[in-house]
Design a protein around this ligand. Structure first.
Ligand SMILES: Nc1ncnc2c1ncn2[C@@H]1O[C@H](COP(=O)(O)OP(=O)(O)OP(=O)(O)O)[C@@H](O)[C@H]1O
Ligand SMILES: [Mg+2]
Length: 319
């Protein structure tokens, strides 16, 4: 595992924003910068971190961790579910097929948890016993495993995510029955594979969010998959003990940063606190640990200036 001092030295060698000329139409997401060409999208995964729907600053190595984790899962699952990957020319860059994104995000949940208003546990505590068309029994505890995984879609193109059932999504004209079923099938396959692989690594793959797109008339999995930004992972060895004691799980996702923000009194409204160097180093360590635990591979640190390295890598995509 990489030492604190190596991370500390990279606190200023981070990828915040990019502005590459000639490689396509620029589109800025919260975490990723995209450059769109005919039929192709060059996704540059920056080191920006977002929580509670706000961009908060940068975490060293975060872009590399997320891109390489997504790449790992896309490679592992490519024979089960077709995906959008064309190539990975740099640790922070993924070139993908430009898809027509479905207007829903598919959240697959194997456990009942969460704190935000769209989360399963928040709704359950408020008395909801049917979440997006999935009946939930009485008497569940926070973080308890569900009888079987469920899908709770949210709308993608609105400012704040909104939970919808399949029936509502169809009635609102967002999707048709067959497309929904086909997309849900892809999501369950990916999630189940993730659960099996994570278990071998001593981890529980709790829940995750998928984006599905259409390319050449076919549904493919797009965006990022099974990363600590789009998923929750818990440690398996302490799961039962902590559940029985009514305590929180040990987490391997970006909850660390959310909890620090909440302790500073920030849960999305007002001005976000500035992340301290200490928090940035600790968050970087956790992202790298997530990479190593999930993949079973050693994280390879590169210390040359990250923006220059990427600039060189994307030169071959100048149109
Ligand atoms: N193959 C693809 N075709 C078209 N769009 C894609 C594809 N893969 C990913 N995208 C889009 O690229 C963007 C990636 O940027 P990013 O995830 O940072 O943005 P965001 O969705 O605004 O932020 P957040 O995920 O934090 O809500 C998303 O809008 C995603 O839908
Ligand atoms: Mg996104």
């Amino acid at each position: 595992m990489i030492s604190d001092s190596v991370i500390r030295e990279q606190l200023t060698n981070v990828l915040d924003e990019t502005s590459f000329a000639g490689i396509g139409e620029y589109e800025k997401g919260k975490v990723r910068d995209s450059y769109k060409q005919d039929g192709k999208r060059i996704i540059v995964v920056t080191d920006r971190i977002s929580a509670f729907d706000c961009v908060l600053g940068t975490i060293p190595f975060k872009g590399q961790v997320l891109n390489q984790l997504a790449a790992f899962w896309f490679e592992k699952t490519k024979d089960i579910v077709p995906n959008h990957v064309i190539s990975i020319p740099d640790p922070n860059v993924m070139v993908v097929k430009e898809c027509e994104q479905l207007p829903l995000e598919f959240i697959v949940r194997g456990y009942i948890t969460g704190v935000t208003k769209t989360s399963a546990w928040y709704n359950y505590e408020q008395g909801v016993r049917n979440l997006c068309g999935n009946p939930l029994p009485d008497g569940l505890k926070k973080n308890q495993k569900l009888d079987h995984p469920i899908i709770t879609p949210t709308t993608k193109l609105e400012k704040h995510d909104r939970n919808v059932s399949k029936e509502e999504a169809i009635a609102e004209g967002l999707i048709d029955n067959d497309t929904f079923d086909e997309a849900a099938d892809l999501c369950f396959k990916l999630y189940n594979y993730g659960v099996e692989h994570a278990a071998k690594q001593g981890l529980i793959f709790v829940d995750t969010k998928y984006e599905i797109g259409r390319y050449d008339g076919k549904l493919v999995i797009s965006d990022e998959i099974n990363t600590p930004d789009s998923s929750r992972y818990w440690y398996m060895d302490t799961y039962q003990e902590l559940l029985d004691a009514g305590e929180e799980q040990r987490k391997l996702d970006k909850e660390y940063v959310r909890e620090w923000l909440a302790a500073q009194g920030f849960i999305g409204d007002g001005e976000a606190p500035v992340l301290t160097d200490e928090v940035r180093v600790e968050a970087a360590k956790r992202y790298i640990m997530a990479y190593e635990l999930i993949t079973g591979r050693e994280f390879v640190v590169t210390t040359e200036p990250v923006d220059e390295r990427i600039e060189k890598a994307v030169q071959s995509f100048v149109v």
